[in-house]
Design a protein around this ligand. Sequence first.
Ligand SMILES: [Zn+2]
Length: 89
Amino acid sequence: MSNKVDLEKVSAWIRNKWSTQECPLCKHQKFKVGSIEFEMKEFKGSEISVSEMFSGAYVPLVLVTCSNCGYIIPLSAVVLGIENPDGKK
Ligand SMILES: [Zn+2]
């Protein structure tokens, strides 16, 4: 199951917090906010069981992609206020 991203909330956060609104790689200022959340999970080794695969710490992320060069900026969905630390909205 994937979580939809509140694009209005992310856009407002970017306007308020990202002072330059420039890509750190190419300096362009056009971005696309991903419409679904991703997660970065705790690494538990390359040979793990299925139950281990679905356990452990994770960080919910919203991905912002530079429209010019493709650089991807991962932002914490918790800090953006669209996800609680326990994974519930
Ligand atoms: Zn760029």
